[in-house]
Design a binder for this molecule. Structure first.
Ligand code: ARG
Ligand code: ZN
Length: 877
């Protein structure tokens, strides 16, 4: 139970960081496990920090039933302050052993933070501040201790007992109970602590590190899913090898565990040597997981594994530094996926995801720098900004310093900080010092809020015979941006000649011809770059590779966009140009203008389809339109109906005009050999399914027949789901049969049922509101399961603007009701959902008022969680 008064909560400020008054060097924990009542005894070896003013030992705890507090074995005087969730222990000498004993209730823990129950298993989630729900502790990441953990529980119910580090001892106890003792030799912050207890099956393998350490790799799941762990295991081995190869980083213990659970707030968690995963990022087989699932599993497994160095060996000093480990680790997993699969396509996907999810955050009421300045509830700051924009910030170091320079910086970072809890500034200094580079200005990236804009223009200076590129940068209006100044922005540029061939980019005054892609570093508000030997009509390709997380303004003609989309050497730049072109056409359709460049877009798509044999995955990326949500982003007021109608119109036009080519693609991409989840096969399926979707959009006569055949004949989830989605979203004949068939076929598979829910929740039709309401009563739906909430309600609120913004407010009402309940069940999951109302001001008066009403209702709720309160308050401000 968290303490709450009715006064607004005061935020924690980055500037107010103070080192801890007490260190904990070592902790011994004992768990007497039971689902209803678990007893936790903790013995902490504490030591006063001589570097700060003396303060009594103050521990954090939430919802603990305190049974005993002792100093060196004697009962202690203590003051438990429920309101601020602290325990102040009086009279602790400079060094002491402080013992506490508490009781917690895993079964009642629906927030899934601390010790909780999932199925028959007990497990923990501590990041960010869940450890305090397990025992009294200085629950902050700069307090690093070694842990020895003794788990005891019923042998039948909990045959598997796991914690961090190495297993030291196991044995039998009375009454059918048994125990296990685990020891983790690496000092760690409390957020990396974990235990798991339950009846689990195990898949074991080994990996030998390059220095010859044999590591036991063990994956655990509920017994019925044991056959779905192989892909995750392979992904782990690839990740371990890659981190050695690319960064010289080896695993440091003899065992590495991964446990899958169906009840998890986030994707996964990097607890030291005991990673805990949302089952959706572990379990896969051909029948139940799509190619996208396979890729996501590979990348999340890598992400959590990579945290062992970037996060665990070197951790964060305080939670404001979260991007130190998350931005860096996302960057690392992106690079890994690029190496495993296609770098160009991966880059497109990452930027496309950034634009779809992070840009709105950056423009919304919760906008914050990658290193936030303040928070009420830290769980609200596990955001696309901290993670994805944070990864773009890390990528800029590499862009500026080169791959080798970046590696030197990483090496120095580990050399200096292994075993420490540090800051983003420490990381930046390591990068600078290892390369003799001045990165003072780069620090501004950690403080600025919102997406910066770079304005570009070109002209030809006849007299000098030089092409001139002007760049100017601008930050969005925001109080926190007032004293930032100019950012250091790497901008990669290139030029095409009239035959769309790359030209060397040579600055005026240089004697030798330059490279085809040139890195410019904009450090002032404005700068001018002069290039020699470029024709006056050279076509600029700007911000190749998305070299900085900015919005780029440049006035390309539609024809030039089509040229870039077709011929630029950089895949990202091709995708971006195609997006710009389709945004332009859609903008004209939305505004009801008769003149538009749809013909150019059709031509460009035709050319992509024509050449799609070479790289079907890239073609699939190019042949996509921005979503309704993305198109809504920059509009105020937003007219969802007009946006949707424009999109349907354009997709219909594309589908009809390209019908022959699409049919031809659908045929030629049919599978030939054995199924495999590997890139080339996945790419063929991907493009084939894009073709099917477009044929359906075009209203092509036999789309229904094709989709049904595709559905029935599918021997893998990628094809089956794509066909299913096409049938349901286009309401084709056969949709009802497919709905029933899918439901019956996969009734026992929670993860696949999530897909069944999500497809229905995202049908762009007002009636989807009623479907969602009905589906909430489905036997497979549970409001206390985050995956279910996300796949039905989350998908509806975030990915189905047409239904969510239904004119009568039924969508808002539905989400408002769910939020009211979720607030009591799982505030963390509720808070994410609550952001769906963030842009309420941008809609017409009626909708705006109805959305505001939902926010106000929540704000007025008695005992509203800090999680949802923070979101709602910011939105209403
Ligand atoms: N560190 C985890 C990861 O990104 C995520 C943990 C999220 N926890 C939270 N309370 N939001 O790998
Ligand atoms: Zn992470």
């Amino acid at each position: 139970m968290s303490a709450r008064g009715d006064q607004p909560r005061t935020p924690v400020l980055r500037q107010e960081y103070r080192p801890p008054a007490w260190w904990v060097d070592h902790v011994e924990l004992e768990f007497d496990l039971d689902a209803t009542e678990t007893r936790v005894t903790s013995r902490m070896s504490v030591r006063r920090n001589p570097e700060v003013d003396a303060e009594p030992l103050t521990l954090s705890g939430a919802g603990l039933e305190t049974k005993r507090v002792e100093i060196d074995g004697e009962p202690a005087k203590f003051d438990e302050r429920g309101a601020d969730e602290t325990l102040v222990v009086e009279g602790v000498p400079e060094r002491a052993e402080v013992t506490t004993e508490v009781v917690v209730h895993p079964e009642r823990n629906t927030a899934l933070e601390g010790l909780y129950k999932s199925g028959a298993m007990l497990l923990t989630q501590c990041e960010a501040e869940g450890f305090r729900k397990i025992t009294w502790f200085p629950d902050r990441p700069d307090v690093m201790a070694t842990y020895r953990v003794r788990l005891a529980g019923d042998r039948e119910r909990f045959p598997v007992l796991l914690s961090n580090g190495n297993c030291m001892e196991t044995g039998e106890l009375d009454d059918g109970r048994h125990f296990a003792v685990w020891n983790d030799p690496f000092p760690k912050p409390s957020y990396l602590f974990a235990i798991v207890a339950g009846e689990l099956s195990e898949l074991a393998d080994t990996f030998t590190t390059r220095s010859g350490r044999e590591v036991a790799l063990k994956f655990y799941s509920e017994p019925e899913n044991i056959g779905q762990l192989d892909h995750a295991m392979e992904s782990l081995k690839k990740s371990m090898a890659w981190d050695e190869e690319r960064f010289g980083l080896e695993y440091d213990l003899d065992v590495f565990h991964v446990v899958a659970t169906h009840d998890f707030n986030m994707g996964a968690m990097e607890n030291k040597s005991l990673n805990i995963f949302n089952a959706r990022y572990v379990l896969a087989d051909r029948e139940t997981a799509t190619d996208a699932d396979y890729e996501a599993i590979e990348s999340v497994i890598a992400h959590e594994y990579f945290h062992n160095w970037t996060g665990n060996r070197v951790t964060c000093r305080d939670w404001f530094q979260l991007t130190l480990k998350e931005g860096l680790t996302v960057f690392r997993d992106q690079e890994f996926t690029a190496d495993m699969r296609s770098p160009g396509v991966k880059r497109i996907q990452d930027v496309s995801d950034l634009m779809a999810r992070q840009f709105p955050e950056d423009a919304g009421p919760m906008a914050h720098p990658v290193r936030p300045e303040r928070y009420v509830e830290i769980n609200n700051f596990y955001t696309a900004t901290v993670y994805e924009k944070g990864a773009q910030v890390v990528r800029m170091y590499e862009t500026l310093l080169g791959r080798d320079g970046f590696r030197r910086g990483m090496d120095l970072y580990f050399e200096r900080h292994d075993g420490q809890a540090v800051t983003c500034d420490d990381f930046r200094r390591a990068m600078a010092d290892a390369n003799d580079a001045d990165l003072e200005q780069f620090e501004r990236w950690y403080r600025q809020v919102g997406t910066p804009t770079v304005e570009a223009s070109t002209r030809y200076d006849e007299s000098a015979g030089e092409l001139v590129l002007e760049l100017a940068q601008r930050l969005p209006e925001h109080p926190d941006n007032r004293n930032i100044g100019a950012l250091m922005i790497p901008v990669k540029v290139g030029f095409l000649d009239t035959d769309n061939r790359p030209l060397p980019v040579t600055l005026s005054g240089e004697s030798e011809a330059g490279p085809e892609t040139r890195l410019l570093v904009l450090t002032d508000e404005k700068a001018e770059y002069r290039f020699r030997d470029l024709p006056a009509d050279a076509l600029p390709s700007l911000l190749r590779d998305y070299s900085a997380p900015v919005k780029l303004d440049y006035d390309w003609s539609s024809r030039d966009l089509a040229r870039l989309a077709g011929f630029d050497s950089d895949p990202f730049s091709r995708w971006r140009a195609m997006r710009r072109l389709s945004e332009r056409v859609l903008g004209d359709l939305i505004e009801g203008r008769d003149e538009h460049d749809a013909e150019l877009l059709i031509e460009a798509w035709a050319a992509v389809l024509d050449g799609s044999g070479e790289d079907p995955a890239l073609a699939a990326e190019l042949l996509s339109l921005p979503s309704v949500g993305e198109l809504a982003q920059d509009r105020d007021p937003v007219d969802i109906e007009a946006i949707h109608a424009a999109r349907v119109e354009l997709l219909g036009l594309l589908g009809r005009r390209l019908e022959n080519a699409l049919r031809e693609r659908f045929d030629t991409l049919a599978p030939t050999g054995e199924w495999s989840s590997e890139g080339p096969d996945a790419a063929r399926r991907r493009l084939r399914n894009v073709a099917l979707g477009l044929l359906a959009s075009g209203g092509c006569d036999d789309a229904a027949e094709w989709a049904s055949k595709h559905y029935d004949g599918a021997d893998n989830m990628t094809d089956r789901l794509a066909a299913f989605r096409t049938l349901v979203h286009h309401e084709l004949e056969g949709a009802q049969d497919a709905l029933a068939d899918f439901e019956q076929r996969f009734a026992d598979d929670q993860l696949v049922m999530d897909k069944w829910f999500a497809v229905q929740a995202t049908r762009s039709d007002e009636r989807a509101v009623d479907d969602v309401r009905r589906l909430m009563d489905h036997a497979a739906f549970r409001l206390n399961n985050p995956n279910k909430v996300r796949s039905l309600i989350g998908a509806f609120a975030m990915m189905n603007p047409v239904a969510f913004h239904r004119a009568d407010g039924a969508g808002y009402k539905l989400v408002g009701e769910v939020l009211d309940k979720l607030d009591d069940i799982n505030p963390q999951v509720g808070a994410r959902l609550a952001t769906s109302f963030n842009r309420w001001r941008a809609y017409d008066d009626k909708r705006s008022a109805m959305m505001k009403e939902q926010l106000q209702k929540l704000a007025a709720k008695k005992g509203l969680s800090p999680d949802i309160e923070e979101i709602v308050t910011a939105a209403l401000k």
